[in-house]
Design a protein around this ligand. Sequence first.
Ligand code: DX5
Ligand code: ZN
Length: 217
Amino acid sequence: MAVQISPSILSADFARLADEAARVPNADWLHVDVMDNHFVPNLTIGLPVVEALLKATSTPIDCHLMIEDPDRWAPAYAEVGAGSVTIHAEAAKAPVRTLRQIRAVGARSGFALNPSTAVEQYEDLLPEIDMLLLMTVEPGFGGQKFLDVVLPKIRRARELIARYGGEVWLQVDGGVAADTIERCAEAGADVFVAGSAVYGAADPSAAIDHLRELATT
Ligand code: DX5
Ligand code: ZN
């Protein structure tokens, strides 16, 4: 699958989200980090802002739910029109049901693992998952340092997906930048979230082109 870049608006200016979305016309997705101050020690935005953003941009929205009780809240993000909705393995109590509910309303189902969560235990869930997200930092904040210890897990996840044989995108999120993206791509990732590396750049759109080129070659 072609490389996809999903800039995280966590590093954008929250007071000007529509303008910030317009600065990245070459993004494949806009990554929206929903945090609830419980699953992670940070509070960001929720459903009303996602709805407003959907009206303000034609770029599909990739919702990353870092919240407790995603089984209760995730389907609503799909219903309002997010193209992809990702729930965390560590928070979901009925992941199969929730992943199916996300798909049932036409969104892509995403399943995220924190750095210390093993991927092997979820091999049987791959048929329910359109995108597996491997966190390459502890979730909660942008601008953290990429965790190299996750690289072998990216490789193993890619092997499990190959063995399963279906199409599952493999996303990495956290510390993905010009100096780390090639290692992620080489290990088998194909969807790259980048917050500070895109919105911290003088020209976010050029930063996306550069990241895409590094991940492709
Ligand atoms: C962190 C979020 C990330 C964050 C990444 O918990 O899930 O999406 O925005 O930011 P950078 O790319 O700056 O590490
Ligand atoms: Zn994220």
